[in-house]
Design a protein around this ligand. Structure first.
Ligand code: HEM
Length: 394
């Protein structure tokens, strides 16, 4: 079908980012294989197409990058999210152990303690910034704790991580001094820990052996370990912070659904899945094509950049009845907000644990709140979508 000339999907448009759902709906209905000449990409927005592309990693490749503006601009060594098999398979196998269900289940009490330490002092305060004071802090502290970073250094790591996420207007990269301090600390820490292994994720990484293509095995280098830690920080912190920001606004806007969760906390795990579907924290993943393809009568050449709009897939009426309704009791068999296929979110069980515990601890203390949208702020990056500041009042 010919593409309507007035249909424009610009992933860098702040106004569109504030509420992309009407445009995403039009993409699904009017241009399921959408072409953007200005930024030279195609976009798939229907659930079935995003799912199919995520599963077909032979055709839809990640190795040139998965962030539109960073395609072909990556520095070696790249993290596994930007790799294809067989390299991706080797790395993923190696780090999977650190994210095994056993390791993650062991974290529940720690996650809960961290969540409580942020929420408890707010009781009776009248309000706080749910993202800046809580949602953005929780995941950074959890990862530091998983890595075995000494307790007294974790707040500094959190401050540095916060600073690496901050962008001056017009800048796309963080201030180099902050990265130097953060990586200087982590490099010293990795070197020290090589001498004294313990029972934590860092020791798993240091001891894991990687198999080279010729069959030889070796340990990961310090640089490879630091690359993996920065991937965890990039993929795990911002996304969970956005998920919790969406929880604050969506539940405030749907008080009946919130009441159900207060009364029946057993619904919370399903509510986390519904939140992920309803407002995907990481709504767009890029791929490049290893072969030419025709989709919905549109010919896409080999080498083309194709955006998988997971945020749109979650609202596809072909997959979810009444998709714009937030329903904590919706039976969700599957969604693509944590990816699908070989790059399926490595931290999925951790994200789900953090989301569930954060909501349990929040609703137990603050069964009702309002959001102060006039003083809220969105983050504008091409990888995540959501709130950077979300003041709540109760
Ligand atoms: C709500 C929170 C989260 C969301 C929405 C999310 C979303 C995603 C998505 C969509 C992908 C697939 C990317 C692609 O296909 O190119 C992914 C991959 C990944 N995520 Fe998450 N993520 C979350 C939390 C986390 C956490 C907590 C961690 C770890 C601490 C993590 C680590 C990773 C890693 C390492 C990958 C790459 C996996 C691979 O390439 O095999 N994520 N995530």
């Amino acid at each position: 079908m010919p593409q309507p000339p007035d249909l424009i999907y610009d992933p860098y448009d702040y106004a569109l980012d504030a509420n992309p759902h009407p445009v995403w709906r039009r993409l699904r209905n009017e241009a399921p294989c959408y072409r953007n000449d200005r930024y030279d990409f195609w976009a798939l927005s229907r659930f079935a197409d995003v799912l199919g592309a995520s599963l077909d990693h032979e055709t839809f490749r990640s190795g040139r990058g998965t962030v539109l503006e960073l395609i072909d601009k990556l520095n070696e060594p790249t993290p596994m999210i930007f790799k294809d098999p067989p390299e991706h398979t080797r790395l993923r196998k190696l780090v999977s152990r650190a994210f095994s269900p056993r390791r993650i289940a062991e974290l529940e009490e720690r996650v809960r303690d961290i969540a409580r330490s942020y929420l408890e002092p707010r009781v009776g305060s009248g309000g706080f910034d749910y993202v800046a004071d809580f949602g953005a802090r929780l995941p950074v502290m959890v990862i530091s704790s998983m890595l075995g970073i000494p307790e007294e250094d974790r707040e500094q790591i959190r401050l540095w991580t916060d600073a690496t996420l901050h962008r001056e207007p017009g800048e796309t990269l963080p201030e180099p001094g902050v990265l130097r301090d953060l990586f200087g600390y982590l490099a010293r820490y990795v070197a020290e820990r090589r001498k004294a292994p313990r029972d934590d994720m860092m020791s798993d990484l240091l001891e894991a052996e990687i198999q080279e293509p010729d069959g030889a095995t070796r340990r990961l280098t310090d640089v490879e370990i630091l690359t993996f830690i920065s991937l965890l920080s990039a993929a795990g912190n911002e996304t969970v912070a956005r998920l919790l920001g969406w929880a604050a606004t969506t539940l405030a806007h749907c008080p009946d659904e919130r009441r159900k969760l207060v009364k029946r906390p057993g619904l919370i795990p399903g509510a986390v899945e519904e939140l992920l579907r309803y407002e995907a924290p990481s709504p767009v993943q890029a791929r490049t094509l290893s072969r030419p393809l025709v989709l919905h009568e549109v010919a896409i050449p080999e080498g083309a950049v194709v955006l998988l709009v997971t945020g749109s897939a979650g609202r596809d009426e072909r997959e979810y009845p009444d998709p714009d309704r937030f329903d904590v009791e919706r039976p969700i068999e599957r969604h693509v907000s944590l990816g699908f296929g070989i790059h399926f979110c490595l931290g999925a069980s951790l994200a789900r644990l953090e989301g569930r515990v954060a909501l349990e601890e929040t609703l137990a203390r603050f069964p009702e709140w309002e959001v102060d949208l006039a003083n809220a702020e969105m983050v504008h990056t091409s990888t995540v979508r959501g709130w950077e500041r979300m003041p709540i009042r109760f």
